[in-house]
Design a protein around this ligand. Structure first.
Ligand code: ACK
Length: 931
């Protein structure tokens, strides 16, 4: 044994361990590592004797809430070849085992009760030479155990004849730690042992309310994923990171939500914390509609500089704005008219027939004309400025006053008015001169307006004589009219209102409705254009010129002349005409069917061979249409061929042709017995024949080869898909169902886009789900705008490409795992994006995020995606920088027996939670199986 000194290769002081059975060969040895730090190891090295069975067992480890446990071993192992004379006895592995129990069994030990976790071999074993060179070849191995269900467990190390030194054992489980996200707290959560995510409901932090129930998912890796919903701080409280705190004195928050508290606006204050709004200072007020964010205000001061200009019995009053508007903009003016008789100190309110122009109250301008005053009379006008808070402070109101005396008397009102003639849009009137003209009548003012408009808009005419014809009136409408006479003393009082009606419409006019409609159409360019387009559309659908047809498609893009463009087969009145325009009719006798390879949405997919006259035989896939198909199913089925037949690109599945008619007497070669149902019913057989893709669809191919490809191989596949998509988008074709399941892979790992179809895309994809708008959409792959308002474009294809990128980098993982479609829609809408797959190069994750931009115009074009991937391929070193996976959390269940002082492990900058539950550095027991 002493000949084969294990690491460390320098003097080791032996400390007898507490529980070593005398017959077990494991020894506890203290030493120092390569940095001369003291360590303690368990070593065994009985390599010269046969049938070794030496056990070392941990003490009982309480399971706590763990479901899956991780055991990390650090050990050194001696290379048998470097030990002379041990052939046949020396081993290079040892066994790791465990046993679950509900209680600590002390030193009771039965070998057969332990289950093997794994045989542990060293990646690096050391030799005698390494000992000389003092090279430490420390191995680290991690194994998972689970699900564990009992209260605790033991781990054991079984040596069967190796030369091994255990340096440390770390036992831990992963958990999603307590976290506050979106103001909701989520408790410590232990992930499920299976692949499923655990949905956890969050509780709003103190002083907050749920806006939408907060939820998150805890992944098996201990990561919190997909925060949905949130809480909002109550009024009076603001969001300070992960809690809601009361607003400080002098601040307020009047709305529920995560905005900050605001400083009290001018002339307001709060002296307490958590204020919803601030109170006004003395003599300042808030009007009813004032927001808490507005300053407190006061009534305005009086208007200034009042001037009056008297014109016989009317007066124009004019003034300046008050010096102080009270801090408000809603200042208006009110003019109060008082008549003051000579010698009397008390004035009385003016008669109601005094007229104010535009009005007496609520004036926005600083002028008013007052008419119909009495001649030779004293009047006082009080002009008050008012604002939104004047009503609240009656004692603070101020006004400016002016006193005037009118001069000459005006004529009395016209009292007799006669209707002479009415028509549909005019009326002729005449009237008698007023009873008391009080001078020479200069003219008459005729004011009229539609009765229903209540004087809000009126027309004024002046007439020298006593008659007038009012024109341009509306037919069959009531009007009100007033007349007043004017002399050198000004206007007399108005007559009472006189009502008249125009005649109704006549029967024989030209039809204005039609004229109106056309005019309206002219105004609404879109309507008119759509009529023209529809019109043309019909023309095109009959046209045989593909160039014209394509004007209706292509995604709304203008295409450059000379670039081929995709033609929608639905523009053909007869879709079978489209098939024969774009697909070759194959002679069925040239096809041999070998076997069924899968099920398509219309029928089986078979593999077979195609030998065309004077051509080499090639492998093909044959899609068939199942028995009893309807006409519509046949059309939809063949529409895929009509689409595929228009494409010619190395990354698009190539159409060899279709079989839609089989001549009587044709012999079909069917080799595989099960392939017979690949060939239709007694009805007319229909087949689509494409190139054969040996590795089938990409999603199942990746799952089958988990973690087996290099970064460059994966990027090569992705580049192919992007190049195929660039071609499709250049052609103006929007795929709508780009997903790994719709990509086929050939034997050279070339990926080709497949699955073209129209109704099929939305009807038959098993991933497609009904949306609220009724369509069927593969939610997890589809851009938000396509889900919410069916805006399918090459930019929505780019979103789907990002999902395919994620599928590829995670080897066929299901996007958003088993979250429901509704949760996916909500999470994506709230800005959540899939996390980087394990070991995903940062550049590829960035590309995914770019493809998932909410604003579709910001997503990269396929042209750009191809060029990004080309750059990565040219510079493979860039793939080594991996995206930061979100923090993962480990909870130490148990022991680390490194002798160096145990500190809690810290991971600067990350949120790792390390909870060392058991700090004993020395808790292994060497046991003899016979015990
Ligand atoms: O994953 P898979 O083997 O690959 O199962 C599906 C199945 O048919 C239904 O679509 C396979 N498949 C479809 N087209 C082809 C093709 N051109 N070459 C090889 N397999 C194909 C697909």
């Amino acid at each position: 044994m002493n000949d084969f000194i294990l690491f460390p290769p320098f003097p080791i002081s032996f400390i007898p361990p507490p529980c070593i059975s005398s017959s077990s060969q494991w020894e506890e040895i203290s030493g120092v590592d390569e940095h001369y730090t003291p360590i303690r190891t368990f070593q065994v090295c009985n390599v010269m004797e046969y049938s070794q069975n030496n056990w070392l067992r941990t003490n009982w480890i309480p399971r706590q809430s763990a479901q899956k446990i991780y055991v990390e071993l650090k050990f050194t192992l001696r290379d048998c070849n470097s030990i002379p004379l041990v052939l046949g006895t020396c081993k290079e592995t040892f066994n790791l085992l465990y046993m679950e129990t509900d209680e600590d069994q002390g030193s009771h030990f039965r070998e057969h009760q332990f289950s093997k976790i794994d045989t542990i071999a060293a990646d690096e074993s050391f030799t005698q030479m390494d000992l000389g060179d003092r090279i430490l070849k420390l191995n680290t191995e991690v194994r998972e155990v689970g699900p564990v269900t009992k209260k605790g467990f033991y781990l054991a190390f079984q040596d069967v004849g190796a030369c091994v030194a255990l340096v440390s054992v770390r036992v831990y489980f992963k958990k999603c730690p307590f976290i506050v996200r979106n103001l909701a707290s989520f408790p410590d959560t232990v992930p499920m042992d299976s692949q499923s995510l655990v949905e956890v409901k969050g509780s709003c932090v103190n002083h907050s309310k749920e806006e939408e129930p907060p939820r998150m998912y805890c992944s098996t890796e201990g990561e919190w994923l997909v925060p949905i919903g949130k809480c909002l701080c109550n009024v009076g409280y603001e969001d300070r990171g992960s809690s809601c705190q009361a607003c400080r004195a002098g601040f307020y928050k009047s709305l529920l939500g995560n905005v900050q508290c605001s400083k009290c606006p001018p002339h307001s204050f709060t002296h307490h914390e958590g204020a919803l709004h601030c109170g006004c200072e003395k003599n300042y007020f808030r009007a009813d509609g004032d927001l808490p964010s507005m300053a407190c205000t006061r009534p305005p001061s009086a208007p200034r500089n009042v001037i009056s200009v008297i014109n016989e019995t009317s007066v124009i009053l004019d003034w300046s704005w008050p010096e102080d508007t009270g801090g408000r903009k809603d200042v208006t003016f009110t003019v109060l008219c008082k008549r003051c008789r000579q010698g009397q100190r008390v004035c009385e309110a003016c008669r109601s027939n005094v007229r104010f122009l535009p009005r007496a109250a609520g004036l926005q301008n600083t002028t008013v004309t007052v008419g119909d005053l009495l001649a030779h009379t004293n009047y006082t006008f009080e002009i008050e400025a008012q604002n939104g808070v004047s009503q609240l402070a009656p004692t603070m109101r101020q006004y400016a006053a002016v006193t005037i005396t009118t001069n000459q008397a005006a004529p009395s009102p016209v009292t007799v008015i006669r209707k002479d003639r009415t028509s549909r849009n005019s009326i002729s009137l005449s009237w008698l001169e007023p009873e008391r003209p009080n001078g020479i009548i200069l003219d008459y003012e005729v004011k009229y307006y539609q009765k229903q408009e209540q004087e809000t808009s009126y027309t004024i005419l002046r007439s020298k004589g006593c008659n007038v014809t009012l024109g341009g009136l509306k037919a069959d409408t009531s009007y009100l009219l007033q007349i007043r006479a004017r002399t050198a003393a000004g206007y007399g009082a108005s007559s009472r209102s006189f009502e008249f009606e125009t005649s109704p419409d006549c029967k024989y006019r030209s039809d204005p409705t039609i004229l109106y409609t056309v005019e309206e159409l002219m105004g609404k360019g879109v309507t008119l254009i759509s009529i023209i387009v529809t019109d043309r559309f019909c023309g095109y659908s009959k046209s045989k010129q593909p160039d014209e047809k394509r004007l209706h498609f292509g995604n709304g893009h203008l295409r450059l002349p000379g670039i081929r463009t995709y033609v929608d087969p639905h523009t053909y009145e007869d879709p079978s005409q489209a098939v024969h325009e774009f697909a070759k009719e194959l002679d069925a006798s040239c096809i041999a069917i070998d076997k069924v390879v899968g099920a398509g949405e219309f029928g089986e997919v078979c593999s077979g061979r195609l030998r065309l006259p004077s051509k080499k035989e090639i492998c093909v896939a044959i899609k068939t249409l199942k028995a009893g198909y309807t006409d519509k199913q046949r059309r939809d089925f063949l529409s895929e061929a009509s689409i595929m037949g228009q494409f010619d690109h190395p990354n698009i599945i190539r159409l060899e042709g279709v079989v839609t008619r089989i001549a009587r007497g044709t012999i079909l070669v069917i080799l595989a017995p099960h392939a017979s149902f690949c060939l239709f019913s007694p009805g007319k057989p229909v087949m689509i024949v494409t190139e054969y893709m040996e590795n089938g669809s990409l999603d199942s191919f990746l799952k089958k080869h988990d973690a087996q490809f290099t970064g460059i191989q994966l990027v090569g596949m992705l580049r192919g898909i992007a190049s195929g998509m660039r071609y499709l988008s250049d052609m103006g074709y929007v795929h709508r169902d780009l997903a790994a399941r719709n990509i086929l892979v050939n034997s050279n790992l070339v990926c080709k886009v497949s699955d073209f179809g129209l109704s099929r895309v939305l009807e038959d994809d098993p991933e497609a789900a009904y949306t609220t708008r009724g369509g069927k959409i593969p939610i997890r792959w589809t851009a938000p705008e396509a889900i919410s308002y069916r805006k399918f474009t090459s930019a929505s294809d780019a979103w789907s490409y990002g999902i395919v990128l994620w599928e590829v980098m995670s080897y066929g993982e299901r996007p958003y795992w088993e979250m429901s479609n509704q949760d996916v829609i909500k999470a994506v809408d709230e800005g959540y994006r899939l996390p980087p797959p394990m070991d995903c190069p940062a550049a590829l994750y960035q590309l995914m995020l770019d493809c998932w931009q909410k604003e579709r115009n910001n997503r990269p074009k396929f042209e750009q995606i191809v060029s990004i991937l080309d750059k990565l391929i040219r510079n493979p070193g860039s793939l080594k920088i991996t995206a930061n996976t979100s923090s993962r959390y480990y909870t130490h269940l148990h022991l680390t027996f490194k002798l160096s002082t145990l500190t809690s492990e810290s991971h600067p900058g990350s949120q790792h939670l390390i909870q060392v539950l058991y700090t004993s550095t020395f808790n292994l027991q060497a046991l003899n199986p016979d015990l």
